[in-house]
Design a protein around this ligand. Structure first.
Ligand SMILES: O=C(O)CCC(=O)C(=O)O
Ligand SMILES: [Fe+2]
Length: 304
């Protein structure tokens, strides 16, 4: 005790000699606290920023098709119930089939995790010949002069296109992928009924779909060139879907959800002109990549 009071006395002596106002010690303490407060706010801000960047990156990598910007749906996805992995366990590749009976399709493949490539379902479709960039440009400009289709969804992927009409307006050299022009790949949903009935003159409801399933009113088209495609994402549309590869060859990279990473497999599937791929894009993460020199064009829809 005596030692402590001796030390204190010494300190006071030094303070006196150096003319330190002891009252200022309080303000040192409060400034320090303020600094700490400021630091704390910065920490919160930086953590929020980092979380935002991580979220944006994950969204870019694993974003959705039908709701790329729909925050609440993405949050749904983040907080979705974890998969029990039954849907993907044991699946290592896509299964190529032909001449498949709708009842067999319904029983074995329609609503589980199988990834199917049906090779004979577009046989009589004129869409394989008729659909190309110029065809879509013409029908949209002619049958939707008021641009109602602007209300449908449009995915520019890595391009700067602001709408389907903006994309359909690119110059001829770029359309044709001439050297020195910027590559492009984009997708859109068609919610214009007049255009839907024109499109449907060139394709049918795939013959293998369950008898009870309706042809969904919304068609999706994805179109673009070699090396491009959709980023890795999970959809949020509730139903499984089919997609017919009309032109070009495309690779699908398919991955289980993160919680099933160690129980299920990653694999890739290649689709050629005339093939229809069927998968549940709400359960499998998927990414696409055009392999052919020819522009890839697909049409698809969900089925119930
Ligand atoms: O065809 C593509 O590039 C992407 C298709 C897709 O993401 C889908 O159909 O869910
Ligand atoms: Fe998708």
């Amino acid at each position: 005790m005596e030692e402590i009071s001796e030390k204190l006395e010494n300190l006071l002596k030094i303070a006196n000699e150096k003319k330190i106002n002891l009252n200022s010690l309080k303000s040192i303490e409060s400034r320090h606290k303020k600094y700490f407060d400021l630091n704390y706010k910065w920490k919160i801000l930086i953590i929020t920023l980092i979380m935002g960047i991580i979220y944006a990156k994950l969204n870019h990598l694993f974003g959705t098709k039908k709701c790329i910007l729909a925050m609440p749906k993405d949050l749904d996805k983040i907080f979705r119930e974890p998969d029990d992995c039954n849907f993907c366990r044991g699946i290592r590749s896509g299964k190529r089939v032909s001449n498949i009976d709708p009842d067999e399709f319904e029983k074995l493949y329609a609503y589980n995790g199988n990834v199917l490539i049906v090779t004979d379902a577009t046989k009589n479709w004129t869409a394989l010949d008729v659909f190309d960039f110029w065809y879509f440009k013409e029908i949209y400009e002619k049958h939707d002069p008021k641009r109602k289709t602007q209300d449908c969804q449009f995915f520019p992927y890595k391009t700067n296109f602001t709408s389907l009409f903006d994309a359909l307006n690119m110059d001829k050299d770029r359309i044709e992928y001439r050297p020195g022009t910027e590559p492009w790949y984009f997708g859109w949903s068609n919610c214009n009924e007049e255009i839907a009935s024109l499109l449907r003159q060139h394709y049918d409801r795939p013959y293998f779909l369950p008898k009870t399933s309706e042809l969904n009113a919304i068609d999706w088209v994805f179109m673009g060139g070699r090396g491009l495609g959709a980023h890795m994402h999970l959809d949020n549309v509730n139903l499984p879907s089919w997609q017919a590869q009309l032109k070009g060859t495309k690779e699908w990279l398919i991955a289980p959800t993160p919680e099933c990473m160690f129980e299920c497999h990653f694999f890739s599937v290649i689709v050629n002109p005339g093939d229809i791929i069927v998968l549940d894009t709400n359960k499998w993460y998927h990414k696409t990549n055009v392999l052919s020199e020819e522009i890839s064009i697909v049409i698809g829809a969900e089925y119930d």
